[in-house]
Write a protein that binds this ligand. Sequence first.
Ligand code: FMN
Length: 177
Amino acid sequence: MINGSSVRKSAHPIDRQFLDRWSPRAMSGELLSREELLSLFEAARWAPSAGNQQPWRMLFARRDTPEWATFFGLLASGNQAWCERAAALVVFASRTLNSYTGRTSVTHSYDTGAAWGYFALQGYLKGYVVHGMEGFDYERTRRALAIRRSSEWWPWPRWGARRHWRCSVRSFRLERL
Ligand SMILES: Cc1cc2nc3c(=O)[nH]c(=O)nc-3n(C[C@H](O)[C@H](O)[C@H](O)COP(=O)(O)O)c2cc1C
C-alpha cells in the first residue's frame, strides 16, 4: 500500500502515521482472520470516552462467513462496487443514552468517533486498508442487525457479560460513522 506521506505534507511536525493513513478503495482480496480483526477492536476499546462509558458497539462480518451477504446487502451500490474484495465489513453503533444520568448523551457520537479513529489507525499500522463509509441503508441496517432506534436504560457496566450483549446492541442507535 502506498503511504500517504509520499504525497501528503504536514504544515507542522506530526507523527508520520497521521499522514500515512489514508482511505484507498483498492483491496487485495485477502481474507482476514478473526484474531487479526480483534486486534483492531482492541485498539478501539482503549479510546477515551465521556465518563469512560465506552458507548460503542461494533457488529462485523468477515467475507468468508455466512453473515457477509447480509452486511454487504446494506451498502449503497457505489460502495458495493469497491467493497467486493474487502475482508470484513464493520458497523459502528453508538449508544445514545448517558448511563449515569439516564438522559440523552451529548458525547456518544464523539466518543464512538474516537473509537473508530483508533480502529482505523491500528488497521493502518498493521498494513490494512480501513475505509469509513456512510453510504449504506441505515433503516435496513437497524432492522437487519436488530439495533434499536430508541435509547433504553441498559445496566452498565456489564460489557463482558454475554447474556447482556443482545440487549445492549438493541438499545444502540446507529450513527453515521
Ligand atoms: C464517516 C465517514 C464516512 C465515509 N463514507 C464514505 C463512503 O460512503 N464511501 C467512500 O467511498 N468513502 C467514504 N469515506 C471516506 C472519506 O471520503 C475519506 O476518509 C476522506 O475523503 C479523507 O480521505 P482519507 O481517509 O484518505 O484521508 C468516509 C469516511 C468517513 C470518516
